[in-house]
Design a protein around this ligand. Structure first.
Ligand code: FO1
Length: 309
């Protein structure tokens, strides 16, 4: 039997540990993985195209992610941002020096005529990564949030303002005219895995692209919850879900994905009453240990996912 390619919809920080778990501990020869990455949090920083979720997955798969912060490159240095600060320039976004180098190369490749996905593929190969990393779209989709201080980009809301503002709604600017990459639609034909990620800022910008939902409804879609009870793995998921009138819990995520999700993996600490409510959507729901703190946890979840896929 030939190898099957699993299309993996991923965000950034919350997804990275699962990406390395799969990459390091899958059964060799059985599956290929292709990571479909969120582009909604991409933005320009001092003229450089920064793609945080694409980069977090890239660094995780290259084994160079700073796992403590869950973004950036481990043991990076900070001369660039310190230099900006010395010149009186805003340094609210801590782009490390080696991280900066990757953003410079990507920006130059794109200015030279490559699409974002071609540039990402080039960078993946430079870093010796075997599995594909596919930005969800090459078109511009940017997540903006309506806050008590007006409409601002997600990075500004989350990093500059530290997520402190009240949010009333979320807008994926450009989504109506954006096309998913052709490879994305192909990767969503059979086995699809959605890694734990902020459903509002990391998953929905991909799911809302033209034709994606329809593909997902026909595919075997498994998702891992980004929640354990009421607490989320990382980022502003709970606050943004509340702003969108979605309950910030595994149940709320299942409801949001209910038209295409077939199997939901939630944490073993989740209340049985939550599982019952999720199953009421017609979604199969199983418990596992989804809090990854050690290599043993990574091995365990990789084995579990291999059995399912
Ligand atoms: N997150 C922060 O909270 N503070 C930072 O200074 C920061 C810098 C940064 C640099 C490069 C990169 O790829 C990611 C970075 N992140 C930072 C993480 C990132 O902004 C968020 O985790 C996601 O975009 C949220 O979706």
């Amino acid at each position: 039997m030939g190898k099957r390619t699993v299309g993996i919809i991923s965000g950034g920080s919350g997804s990275s540990k699962f990406a390395t778990a799969l990459d390091n501990y899958h059964e060799v020869g059985k599956h290929d993985f292709a990571y479909i990455c969120n582009v909604g949090d991409n933005f320009f920083f001092h003229g450089l195209y920064v793609c945080p979720d694409v980069d977090i997955i890239t660094y995780a798969l290259a084994g160079i992610l700073d796992e403590r912060k869950s973004w950036g490159i481990k043991e990076d240095t900070w001369n660039f941002v310190e230099g900006l600060a010395a010149l009186g320039y805003g340094n609210w976004f801590s782009l490390g020096d080696r991280d900066l180098a990757l953003c410079v190369v990507r920006t130059e490749l794109i200015n030279g005529g490559l699409t974002l996905s071609q540039a990402t593929d080039r960078l993946r190969k430079y870093l010796g990564i075997k599995n594909k990393i596919v930005p969800a779209t090459d078109d511009s989709v940017q997540t903006f949030v309506d806050t008590s201080k007006g409409r601002i980009h997600l990075q500004e809301y989350w990093v500059k303002m530290k997520g402190a503002l009240r949010v009333s709604s979320v807008d994926y600017r450009g989504i109506k005219n954006a096309m998913p990459n052709r490879e994305v639609l192909m990767l969503l034909s059979k086995d699809v895995l959605i890694l734990p990620a902020n459903p509002i800022t990391s998953v929905m910008p991909t799911v809302s692209l033209r034709g994606v939902r329809k593909k997902l409804r026909m595919a075997r879609v498994t998702a891992i919850s980004p929640f354990i009870g009421k607490s989320v793995f990382s980022g502003p998921a709970a606050k943004l879900m509340r702003a969108m009138h979605i309950e910030p819990s595994s149940y709320g995520v299942a409801k949001l994905y209910s038209d295409f999700l077939k199997l939901f993996i939630v944490d073993y600490r989740e209340e049985n009453s939550e599982i019952v409510k999720i199953k009421d959507f017609g979604i199969e729901c199983i418990k596992s240990n989804i809090k990854i703190d050690s290599i043993a946890d990574k091995r365990h979840i990789a084995r579990e996912l291999m059995n399912i896929l």
